[in-house]
Design a protein around this ligand. Structure first.
Ligand SMILES: [Zn+2]
Length: 244
């Protein structure tokens, strides 16, 4: 398995992008680059600094394992409408050698609708043809988004997020669909607070994945205030499971 930590950049970050390669390099562990949450809405502004961001990461040989492009329309009637914004993410991923691209399943009124799922599937496949990274969708237990069960039934490649679903459901998904899980966002939820450092539950998920000889990529995805814990956990998890 390969481990990395979440490192987010923000929409108005063009100033700090100047030094971001050095900053990330100094963390001493590989990263998953989190693009701004409002990537789609601020796309025109962000588009201007994406090439510079890629250069920064390449110039400093930053190991970028994954790119997280959270929000944007992933269900569109024409693949071109999706590729219109997703293409740049595929391009960035190719430039920095990322192995995974992660999208959130869209908030949509047509959730659970077969047609929407078919459109989602064909859009993901279109982007997959443009990039060497694996394109995956993150698991959510419901609400306004495509439920992880729909994504799993449609055989879409998954990013298991251990904070976005109950522990029991996460374990069941690992048992039944580990072949479909390509990437993991590892953290632990406590009450309503998600993305806390792993405890008993997160460790149990890792142990089971290892027993199943699962050899994908894992992002330690804690809230920013836990950056020290992210780095430490990335190192010890690599020490335990890095050879699988
Ligand atoms: Zn996540």
């Amino acid at each position: 398995m390969v481990f990395c930590i979440r490192k987010a950049v923000f929409t108005d970050d063009h100033e700090c992008i100047k030094n971001i390669g050095q900053q990330i390099k100094s963390l001493g562990v590989p990263i998953e680059l989190g693009l701004p949450f409002d990537f789609y809405n601020s796309f025109q502004a962000i588009k201007r600094w994406l090439p510079r961001l890629a250069e920064e990461l390449r110039d400093h040989s930053v190991p970028c394992i994954a790119i997280h492009a959270p929000e944007g329309p992933v269900v569109t009637y024409q693949p071109e409408d999706f590729l219109d914004w997703a293409h740049d993410i595929g391009d960035l991923s190719n430039k920095v050698g990322a192995r995974m691209i992660i999208f959130h399943p869209q908030r949509a009124s047509m959730i659970d609708d077969d047609e929407a799922l078919a459109l989602l599937s064909s859009n993901i496949k279109s982007l997959q043809q443009e990039t060497t990274a694996t394109v995956v969708l993150e698991t959510f237990s419901g609400g306004e988004r495509f439920n992880y069960k729909c994504l799993a039934a449609a055989r879409l490649p998954l990013c298991l997020d251990t904070s976005h679903m109950g522990h029991k459901d996460a374990v069941t998904l690992v048992e039944k669909r580990h072949d479909q899980i390509k990437h993991v966002h590892l953290s632990e939820a406590q009450g309503r607070v998600t993305h806390r450092p792993v405890g008993k539950e997160g460790k149990a998920v890792m142990k089971r994945l290892a027993e199943l000889r699962w050899d994908g990529t894992v992002c330690i995805e804690y809230l920013d205030r836990y950056v020290k814990e992210m780095i430490e956990d990335c190192k010890w998890l690599t020490g335990i499971y890095g050879d699988i």
